[in-house]
Design a protein around this ligand. Structure first.
Ligand code: AMP
Ligand code: ZN
Length: 315
């Protein structure tokens, strides 16, 4: 198997593109794919200050490395979710990555701001993934606003986006289909534009990139995601892809080109300002402050302690 560009010995075969690459040509190909997505979808330019949400996984770390290599101003934002060893390892890896490359990282520790995700889930009886999503979305916008960033990038890849699309179609989540796009315009001037520069790059390609570039990343999945329905959709798509290479990319691209415009809806802007934190809100308080308040009330009822009591215990 020979490299498509230089005819040297190939190290990776990409059946969906009917191509194979040697190590240096694959690195170049990967970076060009990211650059092309950013430009074609008008995600941001080199004049923008980009905040990149970094989990410590291979996708967001690879994206951060590529953006830095391409000359973009990309500052990392890591949210320590307080999910046991998984979160402490993710935070350590992210901090080391930033330190080794001289990149700026902002870390938000949920257990200092409110409660860890397991505690919120326990006290509010909500699924951990729902509490996690609400908290992450909130700090993505709030941190971007507080630090003056115009755009927030996440490491969502082709497998994430295609499986999410399949799930949205299986349940005909029309409102979610309306919002499924690699570039999401903010619905309020206090919110930030959200972009996904890896949306056309498969999980396999990012894994190979991370391996070849010797990136140290957290391999374990979040313990709460085990058995998540999205994994079932990912498996189904992988089986289709094995029989028909290119289907995953085609499924997503054709949706974005011909399907998505039919689902677009007028975006609704939150009409209020949260009375607690000042962020935009649909009700009197925003959904994050409601979650935080509910967790605090139930903690006091269940244990007789407040989060503050607990924080003074932290050495
Ligand atoms: P996931 O939902 O875990 O597949 O993550 C999708 C993307 O969300 C990642 O590529 C990151 O860009 C972002 N993300 C997930 N978890 C975190 C976190 N704890 N802190 C910052 N960004 C995150
Ligand atoms: Zn609020």
């Amino acid at each position: 198997m020979k490299c498509k560009r230089c005819q040297d010995k190939a190290v990776i075969q990409l059946r969906q593109h009917n191509a194979a690459f040697c190590h240096p040509c694959f690195i170049g190909y990967f970076r060009r794919q990211v650059q092309r997505a950013i430009e074609q979808q008008k995600m941001f330019t080199r004049d923008d200050r980009v905040l990149i949400a970094v989990s410590g996984g291979k996708d967001s770390l690879a994206l951060w490395e590529v953006l830095a290599e391409l000359g973009y101003t990309a500052v990392g934002l890591h949210i320590d979710l307080g999910i046991g060893d998984y979160s402490s390892e993710s935070s350590e890896i992210t901090e080391r990555f930033a330190h080794d490359r001289g990149l700026r990282l902002i870390t938000v520790r949920l257990d200092r701001e409110t409660e860890s995700i397991p505690a919120v889930a326990q006290f509010t009886n909500r699924p951990a993934c729902s509490a996690c999503g609400t908290s992450k979305r909130y700090y993505f916008d709030r941190t971007a606003r507080e630090h003056g960033f115009s755009v927030l990038a996440t490491g969502h890849n082709l497998d994430d986006e295609a499986s999410r699309l399949l799930g949205n179609i299986m349940h005909w989540q029309v409102e979610h289909l309306a919002k499924q796009h690699p570039v999401l315009a903010p619905t309020h001037d206090q919110f930030v534009r959200k972009v996904k520069p890896l949306y056309r790059i498969s999980e396999y390609e990012t894994a190979v990139y991370a391996f070849l570039q010797k990136l140290d990343y957290i391999v374990d999945e979040c313990p709460n995601s085990k058995g998540a329905t999205q994994l079932i959709y990912k498996e189904a798509l992988n089986r289709i892809e094995a029989g028909m290479p290119g289907s995953k990319l085609n499924f997503l691209q054709e949706f974005l080109r011909s399907g998505q415009p039919h689902f677009r809806q007028e975006a609704v802007s939150p009409p209020n300002t949260c009375e607690i934190c000042g962020m935009p809100a649909f009700g009197v308080t925003c959904s994050y402050c409601r979650l935080k308040r509910e967790a605090a009330e139930k903690r006091t009822r269940h244990t007789g302690t407040t989060a503050k009591d607990r924080q003074t215990d932290i050495p």
